[in-house]
Structure formats: C-alpha cells, structure tokens
Design a protein around this ligand. Structure first.
Ligand SMILES: Cc1ncc(COP(=O)(O)O)c(C=O)c1O
Length: 381
C-alpha cells in the first residue's frame, strides 16, 4: 500500500519503537516547527526584559493574525488561549447563568468540558440536561433529539463539532439555526476542527467557539482559539486578570502575566508547513491512512460497514463488542496494547459502548496499521 505524501515520516521526531496511531489526542510537532519554537526561546533568553516589555505585544498580535487568517477571520475576531479546556472553563465560568436555567450537553461530550458545565450549574443553580445520542445516529436524528430536549428554560447548548471518543461530527450549522430559533446560546467545542474541516465561522456565528491547533495543525502544545461573538465580547472576560484587562476583546487574552508565549509564536510555522503541501492534499492523505487502518481493524473484529460512520476525517472509530470493565477496563487495555505491542491507540468507553479510535497523519506508514491489526487480533479475538 502506497499512501499519498508517503515520504513525510522523517519530518517528525517520533520514537520509531512505537506505532503512533493516536495523533488525535495530543498531536505531534514537525521537527521544523520544533526548531522554530526553539529559536523563539533562544531569542527570549537573549534579553527577556526586552522581549516581554517591548516586543511581545506586537509578536503575539502577528501570530494571532496568522491564526485568524488560517481560520478565515480578522485578527481581532479571535483570542489565543492555551487549549479548549481553557476555552470551556472561560465560557462556563464567565457566562451569566441563572438559577433555573437549563444547559444541554450531549452524552458524547468530552468529559472535562462536561465537568466545566457541571461546575457552572452547581454555582448558579442551573440544571444540566444530558441528551443521549449514539455514534450511529443520523444528523437528523441528533437534531430531533436535541429539539425534543429544548424547553423555555434552555439557556445554553454545548456541542462538539467532532467528538473525542467516537470521532463523529455533528451538524453544527443546523444546530446553530436551531439555537437561534429558540433563543438558545450556542457553544461549540471544536477541538478537532482546525486543520480537519473547512469552517465558516462568520456563517456559523456561534456565541462561543473554541478549538485547538495543537491537534490537527500540529503546532506546539498550548495553541487554542476562543472566538466570542461580538454580542458577548463585553460580557465574557479571561479567567485570569492581567495588565491588558481594560482593553477591548481580544487584547486582554494576549498577555496573561508572564507565561511562555513560544507555542503561539510558532503556530504560523505549523500552518505554513501544511499550507506548503496543500491542505486538501493533507486531509486526503490523512483520511486515506485512517481508512486503511480502520479497514484492517474492522476485518480483525468482524465489524461491518453498517456499524461505521463515513465522516471525511483523519480520525475514525471501530466499535469493540467483546469488552468489559467500563472506563477503567478500556484504559487498562490501552496501556496493555501500548506496552505489549508498542502501538499507541486510544480505547474509550462512552454511553456504555467501547471504541478504538484510529488517527491518520502524514508520518503514518502502512506498517503502523498492520501492527495495530496484529495487536487487535491478539487482544480481542
Ligand atoms: C472534543 C474535545 N474537547 C476538548 C478537548 C480538550 O482538549 P485540550 O486538552 O487540548 O484542552 C479534547 C481533547 O482531546 C476533545 O477531543
């Protein structure tokens, strides 16, 4: 099997002792981008005072502008944050919920984000309404279930664009229209979206949207984006108060005390890395890898096409029927596969079902997925 863009493995510094088919969890940074980050660190260490006191402001604004352009936005439409966990906490801690309000989340939502919602509900007296959707539910069915869950008290809908455990997408534009029709505030967790799908953020017009670049844009860890719709920009402020707090959105976020800004500053070089290859080609090549791996695993587990969704993404899941032990059981099997077979692949337990998630990134070779298939055979059959 020859993949498109085959030759790119040497651009990463991944340990060849492992088969790394889990780009989706923590990404992996190309060597050239790691070098750019080191250059920023070196520059800062030549004169930290000069950099932080006199240069940081402009450099961060330039990086933010580049990230914004990549997302089809003006520089002042987005704020740089560290990750979507911070985005979710900022929104949920800052949003003015009232006692009696209802907040809808789906059972497929990322656990840490749901915890941020729970904390906000506990603090305000709002009620968490969890709606059960299945990995295989059609988009229409998902819309129907959410519609049925909306009441006069519904204040917020929090939804993933692409889920973590099941790597399925949700119809975010249609859900946005549904929220508008019911005057529900719309929060989109787009952790896996930048780099994997085209998004028109102006058209989407979510009240709050947060995404990561350290997943599918392979930036250094700690590059998140929080887009706040203009109608909320005076209401929602950073969780951390710093020197630029009096300025309009998004400037307060640009400098939250003394933190290492080099991940943000290196983000443009990661965007360039993939832009030079062509994003369309990259997405196709990544999807092709995931599909190759997924078919091998499906064959091992006897899973039919009807049990799989057809999202055009670089990550996808295979359900595992012969498993038990819940979340701890899934975590233990994941560790066993990593240690015994040297394959890094996530196994999740969500909504009473088990899934194995496969990622495709340019560094993956057929051998990675063949090793995964052997690990699956020896573990589950
Ligand atoms: C859907 C979703 N939301 C939130 C997160 C949290 O991302 P981070 O740890 O970068 O904040 C993830 C991470 O995998 C995710 O998949």
């Amino acid at each position: 099997m020859e993949f498109d863009l085959q030759e790119l493995k040497s651009h990463w510094s991944l340990d060849p002792a492992y088969h790394h088919v889990n780009h989706g969890s923590f990404g992996a940074v190309p060597i050239s981008v790691q070098k750019v980050q080191q250059e920023w660190r070196d520059r800062i260490q030549k004169n930290p005072v000069k950099f932080f006191a006199r240069e940081l402001k402009e450099e961060v604004a330039t990086a933010r502008g580049s990230v914004a352009r990549f997302l089809g936005q003006q520089a002042d439409q987005i704020a740089l944050i560290r990750n979507t966990t911070e985005g979710a906490s900022t929104v949920m801690r800052g949003f003015p919920l009232n006692s009696g309000d209802e907040v809808i989340v789906l059972n497929q939502e990322y656990g840490a984000v749901t915890k941020a919602v729970i904390r906000a509900c506990e603090a305000s007296g709002a009620k968490l309404v969890e709606i059960d959707v299945d990995y295989l539910d059609s988009d229409q069915r998902v819309i129907e279930k959410i519609t049925a869950g909306i009441t006069k008290k519904t204040r917020l809908l929090v939804v993933d664009h692409i889920t973590s455990a099941t790597a399925r997408s949700f119809p975010i534009y249609e859900l946005g229209a549904l929220c508008k029709a019911h005057s529900v505030v719309y929060v989109v967790d787009a952790s896996h979206s930048p780099g994997t799908v085209d998004i028109d953020l102006d058209k989407l017009d979510a009240d709050f949207w947060f995404g990561n670049l350290h997943k599918w844009v392979s930036t250094p860890l700690g590059v998140g984006v929080l887009r706040i719709a203009p109608r909320w920009q005076e209401v929602l402020r950073p969780l951390i108060v710093s020197w630029r707090d009096d300025e309009p959105y998004p400037y307060p976020w640009d400098m939250l005390g003394t933190v290492d800004p080099t991940s943000w500053l290196s983000a443009p070089s990661a965007i360039d890395f993939f832009s030079q290859l062509g994003w369309e080609r990259v997405r196709k090549a990544n999807h092709q890898r995931m599909m190759f791996g997924r078919e091998l695993v499906m064959k091992e587990l006897g899973i039919s096409k009807e049990e799989i969704r057809a999202d055009f993404l670089p990550l996808g899941v295979v359900p595992i029927h012969k498993m038990s032990g819940g979340r701890d059981g899934a975590a233990a099997v994941q560790v066993k596969i990593a240690e015994e077979f040297k394959v890094e692949v996530p196994i999740s337990f969500i909504a009473e079902k088990y899934y194995l998630r496969i990622s495709g990134m340019l560094y993956n070779t057929p051998e990675n997925y063949e090793a995964l298939a052997v690990a699956v055979r020896k573990t589950f059959t």
